[in-house]
Design a protein around this ligand. Structure first.
Ligand SMILES: [Zn+2]
Length: 140
């Protein structure tokens, strides 16, 4: 059975239905410019942030790297906040900022809020920027 996924497109700033599972782990070798961290590392960071900044409220969420160099795509929060993909062709600081950004969308799904970049999102991003001691500027 083809499962239906909905993902948030940062580029077009809206939700789009993904017709079939296209979020399989990329098999292509990582090119120059990748931060050279494993998917496990990203998953561990999710768990750490979830515990530290979200009170473990986000539950299970599959996190892994996916994306191409020079792509505008930074990250996706898909399947109603049960999956996060992050483009690894950025600096570590940027990658973690993107992860936190997607985690806010994840929280929006979990709490039944509209998953957008509205007022709630902005205030949450500001809050997280302060909570992370401005280590990762969670923008937008
Ligand atoms: Zn977003």
């Amino acid at each position: 059975m083809a499962r239906q996924f909905q993902y948030y497109s940062e580029k077009s700033d809206r939700f789009t239905w993904y017709p079939s599972v296209k979020f399989g782990k990329a098999k292509a070798p990582r090119q120059e410019g990748h931060i050279k961290r494993s998917d496990k590392w990203l998953q561990a960071k999710f768990q750490l942030f979830n515990k530290r900044y979200f009170g473990n409220s986000l539950g299970d969420c599959t996190c892994y790297f996916r994306g191409k160099p020079h792509s505008h795509y930074g990250g996706f929060c898909w399947n109603y906040g049960r999956g996060i993909t992050v483009n690894g062709y950025y600096s570590e600081k940027r990658v973690l900022a993107i992860l936190l950004h997607e985690m806010i969308h994840c929280e929006q799904f979990r709490t039944g809020k509209k998953a957008d970049h509205g007022r709630w999102f902005k205030s949450r991003a500001r809050e997280l920027t302060i909570l992370t001691k401005e280590k990762y500027g969670v923008v937008r």
